[in-house]
Design a protein around this ligand. Structure first.
Ligand code: CKP
Ligand code: MG
Length: 309
């Protein structure tokens, strides 16, 4: 069973010390980008995942491909583009402790050149599920068209709204996301994004709108440290939250989505899938980097057992 994700892989330069970036002297690199992160988690649960993307003809492009391959993601359809690979910096614990802020250097990047011609028809048609996010819809017209093309061909679809105010306006986000929500198998959303898209931030009210207007099947409503709630088959299942020391919360949402999708597609119950997915997301926030601390299933079990004591 294969999952396909479309989006921009990036190189992350993460401040090794907290505080305003103007006084940070050291950064460490990590490979990231929402859909690549998602793929790493899907693969870690035991499914195959292919990334459709473009990277630059540069060292960072090579880093993305080598890291993706090392983590077991199928990067054979990733194209090399003459534009540079996008990068971004992460400022941590400032001005809000336990939160991170991202600063993008990705305008006209290779990743933003993703276009409908990169959508491998047989790969997408043969996939169990095709996933993308609001980030890919935001970065360029051609990337948005690539998602729309892939979604036309895909048997089943999944979206993480991931609205980034630094990339576009709420009005544009609302319009573009509303075009891709119809009939989704999985939707990952949080209160801020739900308010932008359907005008409701209360989980029950928002989910009603996602059901009535877009016939979305499973909605995973993420509430940060307050855990999550999965709405499926007329019931709501609470996802746990765990108290840990936060190093960098970026990447938690992608780990949650990839882990959840991977386990549900392999027949695990929603209750079990959201528990494991929450464990994966929690471990991700304890380190810098979005995917290095994604646990395998045994490690996730050990974490969950430790929380029950
Ligand atoms: O919603 P998350 O914190 O899980 O997403 C993190 C990723 O692609 C991160 O890797 C970053 O590069 C991005 O989202 C983005 O473009 O903001
Ligand atoms: Mg997210």
């Amino acid at each position: 069973m294969r999952v396909v994700a479309l989006g921009e892989p990036l190189v992350q330069l993460n401040a090794t010390s907290p505080g305003p970036l103007r006084y940070v002297h050291m950064f460490e690199t990590h490979v990231a980008g929402s859909e690549l992160n998602f793929c790493v988690s899907v693969v870690t649960t035991g499914l195959q995942c292919s990334l459709l993307a473009r990277v630059g003809e540069d060292e960072f492009g090579k880093a993305v491909i080598e890291y993706g391959r090392a983590r077991g993601v199928d990067v054979s359809a990733v194209k090399v583009d003459p534009s540079p690979t996008g990068v971004y910096f992460i400022q941590r614990h400032f001005p809000v402790p336990d939160r991170s802020e991202v600063f993008y250097y990705r305008k006209d990047s290779a990743g933003s050149k993703l276009s409908p011609e990169d959508v491998d028809e047989s790969l997408v048609k043969g996939a169990r599920l095709v996933h993308s996010t609001g980030i890919t819809l935001a970065i360029s017209d051609s990337a948005r068209q690539a998602v729309e093309r892939a979604f036309q061909l895909a048997p089943r679809r999944s979206v993480d709204t991931n609205i980034r105010p630094k990339l576009w306006s709420p009005e544009r986000a609302r319009e573009a996301l509303r075009r891709v929500l119809h009939g989704l198998e999985f939707l990952f959303v949080d209160p801020v994004d739900a308010r932008i898209i359907v005008g409701e931030e209360d989980p029950d009210a928002a989910v009603r709108r996602f059901r009535e207007e877009f016939s979305v099947e499973t909605v995973v409503f993420k509430m940060g440290e307050r855990g999550s709630r999965v709405y499926v088959d007329g019931k709501a299942v609470a996802g746990p939250s765990f108290k840990v020391r936060v190093e960098d919360p970026i990447g938690a949402g992608d780990a949650l989505a990839g882990y959840f999708v991977g386990l549900v597609l392999q027949g695990r119950s929603v209750e079990e899938a959201i528990r494991y997915a929450s464990a994966a997301a929690t471990l991700v926030v304890t380190v810098r980097g979005d995917t290095e601390a994604v646990p395998d299933l045994k490690e996730a079990s050990r974490f969950l057992n430790s929380q029950e004591l």
